[in-house]
Design a protein around this ligand. Structure first.
Ligand code: ADP
Ligand code: GLC
Length: 480
């Protein structure tokens, strides 16, 4: 079974969030299940800089008027996979992030960039004679690859089959209608039953409407996206397609997130050596510029993109009362300037109890998860969420809102849950933590239970493989 796995990011080559983690780990787990996988990502400058070797695989000539487009083959010791790269220097070889420039502003040509990326993925699906490798199926991820099934349809190609995975319905890849003619897609696709979404072209809708099968990254989110409150205006389409929609929970890369062999943390540990775990606390506090208190007070942590989705505003409002009890909080995050600024202001008011590190740091994320007692994930919605799973594995009890993948991965024994999106509910759950922390023997038992949970990718990889199998060779499953 040959699968082209298409993603706009893949850790450790390029990552802005959980999609990067998934695209770095799931393809490897699929290979372990016997699937022949090629990972396809754009040849961003930062990716080319990361690779050990890069060689041209094929040339596709001029595409969309952007000059010669090639597919390169990359090798990385840090990502042991067959890595294919879409090389279009005008669009991808530039400094900055995958979607934004160095100032955090979206690239103005994102429409063209990901239309071209999708087009090349689709071309690889139908021109296997060039590479000698025909995929049976293309696995698409989020709006950046949403046009793949649209190109396939335009060319009348019945193969390869397509599975589109929704990691986050809120990011839709919306562009002006004029992009249609720029990228040479006929107008008939621009329709309510097609790509049009409130007078714009939605790349996400391309995937949702035209892919043979759909999935979300947790079973609960698969239900939530069909509801009016959480369906982002696409709930009608998604509930029409519910027979073709499945929720498969993400796993985590237990080699990268392994408390016994984590090169970034002060003291390795496992569930039988929780005293060792405690040795990660003081170095973290010192690194974050907080005093090491005796007797010990509960230490909360947050590792997050700072955006409304993540409920950081709820946390800001709930925090003063919790800090008054003496607890401490360390924050690692970046995102909306307003939230960054509000966190910094609060840090000034609570300098011995709140530390905020604005920026992005993988090693610090590991040290934080290893050192805190509780990891906060107060999200308004969360398709899956990975940080709560890293926390479980590292014995930091997660405090989460009961939504999406958070509800599917955290229970009352392994963590703390609150239901309502409100400051009071969050504060109530944080107060529960303060109470529970008094009984250290019971706390340790909960840590051991959390750390014993099976979170690796093998189960989910088997589920994806089963979905791939259903799509081949007879069932094309499309709604049209
Ligand atoms: P999302 O994809 O919505 O951001 P996830 O929980 O699925 O949420 O994944 C977030 C990933 O990004 C995790 O690997 C988390 O550790 C990482 N992350 C988020 N913010 C930071 C940061 N400031 N520094 C380092 N890692 C971060
Ligand atoms: C998205 C979601 C997050 C999920 C990640 C990986 O970024 O916001 O909940 O864990 O994708 O699937």
């Amino acid at each position: 079974m040959r699968v082209l796995f298409v993603s706009s990011e893949a850790h450790p080559l390029v990552k802005t969030g959980g999609l990067g983690d998934v695209a770095g780990a799931l393809p490897q787990a699929l290979v372990a299940e016997g699937v022949d996988v090629r990972l396809l990502i754009p040849a961003y400058r930062q990716v080319l800089d990361h690779l050990d070797t890069v060689e041209p695989l094929i040339s596709l000539g001029d595409q969309l008027g952007m000059g010669e487009v090639r597919v390169l083959q990359g090798v990385s010791h840090a990502l042991p996979l067959s890595i294919w790269l879409v090389d279009c220097p005008v669009l991808f070889d530039r400094p900055g992030g995958p979607y934004q420039d160095q100032q955090g502003v979206d690239w103005v040509d994102n429409g063209l960039r990901f239309a071209l990326f999708s087009r090349v993925a689709a071309l690889l699906g139908v021109t296997g004679r060039l590479t000698g490798w025909y995929p049976d199926l293309i696995h698409l991820n989020d709006w950046q690859s949403g046009l793949v099934p649209v190109w396939l349809r335009q060319w009348g190609a019945s193969r390869p089959a397509t599975l589109f995975t929704i990691h986050n319905l809120q990011y839709q890849g919306l562009f002006p209608k004029t992009l249609m003619s720029e990228i040479g897609l006929p107008d008939h696709f621009y329709d309510m039953h097609g790509l049009e979404y409130h007078q714009q072209l939605s790349m996400l809708k391309g995937g949702l409407y035209y892919a043979d099968r759909l999935s979300t990254v947790s079973p609960t989110y698969a239900l939530e996206v069909q509801s009016e409150e959480m369906g982002e205006g696409l709930n009608g389409l998604l509930s029409d397609r519910r027979e073709q929609l499945v929720g498969i929970l993400n796993g985590i890369d237990t080699r990268i997130w392994d408390p016994q062999h984590d090169p970034d943390i002060a003291a390795p540990f496992d569930k039988e050596r929780l005293d060792e775990r405690d040795r990660n606390r003081a170095p973290l506090l010192i690194e974050m510029g907080l005093p090491v208190t005796e007797p010990r007070v509960p230490l909360f942590g947050l590792v997050s993109r700072l955006v409304p989705q993540k409920g950081v505003d709820l946390l800001l409002a709930a925090l003063p009362e919790v800090l008054e009890s003496g607890a401490q909080l360390v924050v690692l995050g970046s995102g909306m300037p307003l939230l960054e600024q509000q966190l910094r202001q609060m840090q000034q008011q609570w300098p011995t109890q709140l530390a905020v590190w604005v920026g992005y740091s993988e090693p610090l994320a590991h040290r934080l998860v290893a050192g805190v007692d509780v990891l906060l994930v107060p999200s308004r919605f969360e398709p899956c969420g990975l940080t709560q799973m890293y926390a479980l594995r590292y014995g930091a009890l997660p405090l989460v809102r009961k939504t999406g993948g958070l509800a599917d991965t955290v229970d009352e024994q392994s963590g703390f849950l609150f239901e309502e999106v409100s400051v009071e509910s969050l504060r109530g759950a944080m107060n529960q933590v303060l109470d529970a922390f008094q009984d250290q023997a019971a706390w340790r038992e909960r840590q051991q239970y959390a750390m014993g949970r099976a979170l690796d990718w093998s189960r989910s990889a088997k589920q994806y493989k089963a979905v791939y199998q259903q799509l081949l060779p007879t069932d094309t499953g499309s709604m049209k």
